[in-house]
Write a protein that binds this ligand. Structure first.
Ligand code: HEM
Length: 323
């Protein structure tokens, strides 16, 4: 065949394949630069105020983004309120009486809508920005990463999907790996994102089994926790996820080396058996720069889970209900 015909044939095939391939949704860091350049500063300043008012709020906002992304992608679905004819994710087992921060999201959304003169910034993006800001405010500049934006909000949500897709604290390492793999995340993502437990608190009901039944736990650590978390009752009593729950640092990983992980799922990451997971925990326990850098990379990866873009979904007027 004439080489020119061959060339045009190849060119035609490439063009055709590009047109046919599903358009890959792309988020970008400058998405709001033209339509609302002040958006990111507004989110940061409200997150800052909220954390000054209550340091735990940073942890609660970070967890909201995780619980949003793991259930049908980062689409703000976690924020939808239940109504008499709609059951959303808030009443799913991992979320009910546990997720917090919805009022702060409402405040951010209302302020943005006034300042941007319209419904411009999606609720899903608010969660992504607030999570990044929380980490950077409680950890310092090394923990800052560029957040990607342009998500739109879902018009539906599913309690069943939340119950199925969110990992439970009693899972073992294999189950945790399987859960993260189902979201396109690998072992490194699992270990580094679990480092989010460097801030915040858990309820007695989330770690009771561990402190009474686990063997891979420090004796004094367990017996101290039993004082505030009895075998029966006290379900909502809180304990910090690591010794410095208001600070993003590497104490979470150091605690795992001494069998002082609060949740069973935390301690599963380090069992002292020389696994790949053990090696990552050791690395992050010693090297805060590696933790900070890898955490940002994995947060961006998690933030890229099935976003709605283009004409899909909507920009909600109120994060709690569809338009
Ligand atoms: C690896 C699997 C994970 C499991 C099994 C898990 C489970 C839990 C549980 C049971 C709690 C305590 C909830 C309560 O008692 O009310 C909690 C808290 C928390 N989780 Fe996770 N989590 C996981 C991964 C993650 C990830 C990937 C992030 C974020 C990137 C995250 C962020 C948080 C934060 C910040 C808190 C504290 C929230 C607060 O104080 O309000 N978790 N998690």
């Amino acid at each position: 065949m004439d080489s020119r015909i061959q060339y045009f044939l190849v060119l035609f095939m490439i063009t055709f394949a590009t047109i046919l391939s599903p358009t890959v949704a792309k988020l970008s860091s400058n998405y709001y630069n033209k339509v609302c350049p002040q958006a990111l500063q507004i989110v940061e300043s409200i997150v800052k105020q909220a954390i000054i008012h209550e340091p735990r709020m940073g942890a609660s906002l970070l967890r909201l983004h995780f619980h949003d992304c793991f259930v049908n992608g980062c689409d703000g679905s976690v924020l939808l309120d239940d109504t008499p004819n709609f059951v959303g994710e808030k009443s799913a087992l991992p979320n009910i009486n546990s997720l917090r921060g919805f009022e702060v999201v409402d405040q951010i959304k209302a302020t943005l809508d006034i300042s941007c003169k319209g419904h411009v910034v999606s609720c899903a993006d608010i969660l992504a920005i607030a999570a990044r800001d929380s980490i950077a405010i409680l950890g310092g500049y090394t923990y800052w990463y560029e957040v990607l934006l342009g998500r739109r909000d879902a018009r539906n949500a599913s309690r069943d999907a939340a119950n199925i897709n969110l990992p439970a604290p009693f899972l073992n390492l294999t189950q945790l790996i399987t859960s993260f793999k189902s979201h396109g995340l690998n072992l490194r993502d699992l270990v580094v994102l679990s480092g989010a437990h460097t801030i915040g608190f858990a309820k007695c009901s989330s770690f009771r089994d561990r402190i009474y039944n686990d063997t891979n736990i420090d004796y004094n650590f367990a017996s101290n926790l039993r004082n505030s978390c009895p075998r029966i009752g006290g379900d909502d009593n809180l304990a910090p996820l690591d010794a410095t729950p208001k600070k993003v640092d590497t104490i979470y990983y150091k605690s795992l080396l001494y069998k002082k992980g609060l949740l069973h799922s935390d301690q599963e990451l380090f069992k002292g058996d020389g696994s790949q997971s053990d090696a990552l925990v050791k690395l992050y326990s010693k090297n805060s720069y590696a933790f900070a850098k890898d955490f940002g990379v994995s947060m961006i990866k998690m933030g890229n889970l099935k976003p709605l873009t283009g004409k899909k979904g909507e920009i909600r007027c109120n994060c709690r209900k569809v338009n």
